[in-house]
Each structure stands twice: as C-alpha cells, then as structure tokens.
Design a protein around this ligand. Structure first.
Ligand code: B1M
Length: 210
C-alpha cells in the first residue's frame, strides 16, 4: 500500500486485534500518536475508500476497516485529552442528518478535548434542531458539523439556518468540515468557519473563542 506499515495493513485488512496490539506497542515505544493517526491510520482509510471506488472493497470491508481504526483510536484518545482544569469553551459536535460516518468527527472531538474544550458529541445522523437544542442547553460557543457524503453535506445549510434563527445566534458560531466540504462550500452556506482536518479544527475553534 501507500504506506505499507504493519498498522496500515492491519487497519486496511480490518484486523482489529492486530491494530490494537500494534498501536499499544508503538505507544510503548514512544511513537507520537499524531504520527500513527496521520501516517498509518488515515492513509489506510483512504486506501479503503479507493478500493471501494474500484469495487475491490464493499461496505463490509469498509466496516471492518473502520472497526479496526476505532479500536486503535480508543487507545490514543486519552493521550489527546490530557486537558487542563478550566475548559476553554464549549463545543457541540455531530455528523449531519443522513450521514453515518463518525471516525473523522470523533477525531475532531477528541482533538478539541485535548485542546481544552468541553465537547458534547451528539453522534451521527443528527437533525439540525438537535444540534441547536444542545447548543442552547449548554450555552455552546461553537457548533461543529461533519459530513462525509456529497449527498448529505447540503443538509449542513439547515443547521446554519436553525442556528441563525435561534436564541444563541449572537453568541454561538458554526463550523463545518469533512472530506467533501471546502472553504468555498462553507462560505456558500454561510458557515462561520471551515477546517480541513482535526488539528486545524482546534486552531479554528480557538481563534473563534478567544
Ligand atoms: Co463511506 N463513503 N459510505 N462508509 N466511507 C466514503 C466517505 C467515500 C468517499 C468512499 C469512496 O467512495 N471513496 C464515499 C462518499 C462519496 C461521496 O459522497 N463523495 C462513501 C460512500 C459512497 C458510502 C455509502 C453511500 C456506501 C453505500 O452504502 N453504498 C454509505 C453511506 C452511509 C451513510 O452515511 N448514510 C457509506 C458507509 C460507510 C460505512 C458505514 C461502511 C463506513 C463508516 C463507518 C464509521 O464511520 N463508523 C464507511 C467508511 C469507513 C468510509 C471511508 C472508507 C473512510 C471514512 C473515514 O473514516 N476516514 C470513506 C473514504 C475516505 O474517507 N477516504 C468513505 C478517516 C477519517 C479520519 O477521515 O472522516 O474524512 P474523515 O475526517 C477527516 C477530515 O475530513 C476532517 O478531519 C478528519 C481528519 O483529520 N473532518 C473535519 C471531518 N469532519 C470534520 C469536521 C470539522 C472539521 C474537520 O469541523 C466541524
């Protein structure tokens, strides 16, 4: 594969036990968790997507690759979330209505927690009203919406509209992201921000809150 490391191969082939063990070993050896994510894990998911397009993989293969990735991410999450005492701000995050992809959204949430934010993760297939109800309840500073499908990213506009019509329209911002989303698309639906990846999302939310 593009990377070919044992962890990359374990995730690509959906070997959940292997990916967990390899991640444990790498972390014990002092490998930077961000390197594991960016050099092995995300490239493996990208390759799974390429194989899916070429009809070499089907949905079950994507599912087991995702399971292997999530097992490894579960080990890394606590390392990303060594936060201070005072939360820097509150973020409501979720994947947009109709969309079931949760790995990228989970990564953004974990990195935000690591950056000191209090994060409320609503999961996947989240309706616009649910985002806003939670944001109102928690007096959130930012609503963060993820979409992985060209067919669901359009529903992000509904979340923007619902926020603008809510009581927190003056205090809460909305950011969007996910593979098919671009800065241009974010601007076109009137979102307050866009970021390409999880670490850029932390920088973005920080710049919004401070
Ligand atoms: Co799906 N899927 N999938 N899938 N799947 C994609 C997205 C696809 C690109 C694969 C392909 O064809 N190459 C394609 C979308 C095509 C398109 O619309 N352009 C696709 C398709 C077609 C589908 C189905 C329609 C397949 C079918 O049933 N026929 C179906 C739809 C189901 C639904 O949602 N209603 C489907 C289903 C699934 C599974 C359930 C099997 C599984 C998801 C399991 C899960 O999430 N628990 C799955 C998977 C695994 C993928 C791929 C292979 C991997 C996704 C992933 O986890 N990537 C994916 C191909 C790919 O992405 N290369 C694909 C790793 C993750 C870390 O990256 O989520 O992009 P990502 O997150 C990044 C950035 O995008 C960003 O930060 C993260 C990294 O730093 N980011 C944000 C994400 N959210 C953000 C929010 C932000 C900021 C940044 O601020 C708010």
């Amino acid at each position: 594969g593009a990377n070919g490391s044992p962890l990359y191969e374990a995730i690509l082939t959906g070997d959940a036990d292997g990916s967990v063990k390899l991640t444990q070993t790498a972390l014990a050896d002092g490998v930077d968790p961000n390197d594991l994510i960016n050099q092995d894990m995300i490239p493996a998911m990208d390759e799974a997507g390429r194989r899916f397009e070429k009809r070499e993989f089907y949905v079950p293969e994507l599912l087991i690759a995702a399971r292997a990735m999530k097992g490894a991410l579960a080990l890394i999450r606590p390392l990303l979330s060594e936060r201070g005492v005072e939360p820097v701000g509150r973020v409501v995050i979720g994947t947009v209505k109709g969309d079931l992809h949760d790995i990228g959204k989970g990564l953004v949430g974990s990195m935000l927690e690591g950056g000191g934010f209090e994060v409320f993760d609503l999961g996947v297939d989240v309706a616009a009203d649910s985002f806003i109800a939670k944001a109102v309840e928690q007096k959130a500073d930012v609503v963060a919406v993820s979409a992985l499908l060209t067919t669901t990213m359009t529903a992000m506009k509904d979340v923007v509209t619902a926020l603008r019509e809510s009581d927190i329209s003056q205090t809460c911002k909305i950011i969007v992201g996910g593979a098919p989303v671009t800065q241009q698309f974010a601007d076109s639906i009137g979102a307050d921000g866009y970021s390409e990846n999880a670490s850029a999302a932390v920088t973005l939310v920080r710049s919004i809150v401070t």
